[in-house]
Write a protein that binds this ligand. Structure first.
Ligand SMILES: *[C@@H]1O[C@H](CO)[C@@H](O)[C@H](O)[C@H]1NC(C)=O
Length: 197
C-alpha cells in the first residue's frame, strides 16, 4: 500500500526557479524602459541638406569634350538637440544625365547639435570625355540657358550622444535636379536633398 501523495515542496529548487524567472522578467522590463526613455529623450531627427547656390564657370564644350568648373553651396543642418555628427570622410560627385562629370573629396568635420554648416563644393572637369547622348543633351540645355545637374554627396559618419559614439554608417545625400542658369538674370532656386543613412 502506497501512502498519501506528498504535497509539492514549497521550498528547494522550484522556489529558486520562480525567483530567477521573476528576476529575469523584471530585468527585461527595466532594460526595455531604459531603452524607451533614452530613445524618447534623444529622439533623432533627420539631418537636412539644401543646395543654396550653384554656378558653372569656364564652361566650354565640343562634341566629345567638356571643360567646366562647378561650385555648390550646401547648407547642412543638424536639427537634433542631443545628437552630434562626425563626418569622417566626404566625397561629392556632380552628374549630368547618366554620366558623372566630376568627383571631389571634401574636408572632414564635426557637427555639434542644433548646428548649421556650409559646404563649399568646387568640382572641375577638364578635357572630360562625354558620352555621345550626354554631349547632345548638354549642348541642348546649354543653348536653352539652363542645366539640370545632379549632386551626390557620400559620407562616412558617426553619431555622438553624450559620451556614446555610434559605429560608422554611410550617409548618402542626393540633390536632384540642381538647376543652374547660365545667364545671370534668373535667380537660383534652392534644392532640398534626399538623405539615406
Ligand atoms: C579645355 O581646356 C584645355 C586646357 O586649357 C584646352 O586645351 C581644351 O581645348 C579645352 N577644351 C574645350 C572643349 O574647350
Amino acid at each position: 500500500m502506497a501512502g498519501p501523495p506528498q504535497p509539492l515542496s514549497r521550498s528547494g529548487p522550484s522556489r529558486i526557479l520562480r525567483f530567477v524567472i521573476i528576476f529575469l522578467v523584471a530585468l527585461i522590463i527595466l532594460v526595455g524602459l531604459a531603452v524607451l526613455i533614452i530613445w524618447l529623450t534623444v529622439r533623432p531627427k533627420r539631418l537636412s541638406y539644401t543646395v543654396e547656390s550653384a554656378e558653372v564657370h569656364n564652361f566650354d564644350m565640343t562634341d566629345t569634350q567638356l571643360n567646366a568648373s562647378f561650385s555648390f553651396g550646401v547648407r547642412a543642418y543638424n536639427p537634433n538637440k542631443r545628437v552630434s555628427v562626425y563626418y569622417d570622410s566626404i566625397t561629392a560627385t556632380v552628374g549630368f544625365g547618366d554620366q558623372d562629370l566630376s568627383f571631389g573629396v571634401l574636408s572632414p568635420f564635426y557637427q555639434p547639435h542644433k548646428n548649421e554648416q556650409w559646404l563649399n563644393i568646387h568640382l572641375n572637369a577638364q578635357n572630360f570625355l562625354l558620352h555621345d547622348s550626354v554631349s547632345k543633351e548638354l549642348a541642348l540645355e546649354r543653348s536653352a540657358g539652363e542645366m539640370d545637374l545632379d549632386l551626390w554627396i557620400k559620407a562616412r559618419i558617426r553619431f555622438k550622444v553624450g559620451v556614446w559614439k555610434s559605429a560608422h554608417r554611410t550617409l548618402r545625400i542626393r540633390c536632384s535636379p540642381v538647376i543652374v542658369y547660365l545667364s545671370k538674370s534668373k535667380t537660383f532656386k534652392k534644392t532640398t536633398c534626399f538623405t539615406e543613412v
